[in-house]
Design a protein around this ligand. Structure first.
Ligand code: C5P
Ligand code: MG
Length: 180
């Protein structure tokens, strides 16, 4: 119980969250079971794409989980079970939109996001700004607060052998009333 000598600590005005996701890659249909490769809501030219119940946007899944994590909520899979036929082929922007609404409703805003996509090929570099802008729009944040980087898997392990795409995201949220 808080008392005069041990007052309840003030709620911190910051919250950090982390998210990670992996999708298996396969030749894009009709050659295989892969869906078109979409990362951060941006479609990339690729012979391989994610095998997934939803659209398989690993970057959006990692970002969504980073926001939910910062809010102390359950993860994406708990909110949108991949056993639910409603989520078949679903645009993952809808998942992110839901997390952003939860963030706003709880009085938080994005301070910044940093993310890494581990993908042997194609290179993200040429589309990086487009992905940053698309994410920033979804997050209601200026593009300068949103960063995304591509890294190869150096030819080894699942990402390096083009068997998987991984995404890592870290978010910092701040109290919305401190943002201006
Ligand atoms: O993985 P590695 O360090 O060899 O990647 C070299 C650079 O290539 C990265 O720093 C990044 O700028 C770019 N890259 C990319 N998209 C990828 C992989 C790497 O833009 N899928
Ligand atoms: Mg996923």
């Amino acid at each position: 119980m808080p008392d005069a000598s041990h007052p309840a600590p003030a709620e911190p005005p910051w919250r950090v969250g982390v998210g990670w996701d992996r999708h298996r890659l396969a030749p894009v249909a009709p050659a295989g079971e892969g869906r078109p490769l979409v990362l951060g809501g941006v479609r990339l030219e690729s012979d391989l794409g994610p095998v997934s119940h939803s659209d398989g946007d690993a970057l959006l899944h990692a970002v969504t989980d980073a926001i939910l994590g910062a809010l102390g909520l359950e993860d994406l899979g708990a909110l949108f079970p991949d056993t639910d036929p409603d989520h078949e082929g679903r645009d993952s922007m809808e998942f992110l939109d839901r997390a952003v609404r939860l963030m706003r409703d709880a009085g938080w805003t994005l301070a910044n996001l940093d993310a890494v996509v581990v993908l042997q090929s194609p290179k993200l570099g040429p589309r990086r700004d487009e992905i940053r802008r698309r994410l920033a729009r979804a997050l209601g944040a200026p593009p300068g607060r949103v960063n995304v980087k591509g890294k190869t898997g150096e030819g080894v392990d699942a990402t390096g052998e083009r068997r998987a795409v991984d995404a890592h995201a870290v978010t910092l949220l701040m109290r919305a009333d401190r943002a201006s």
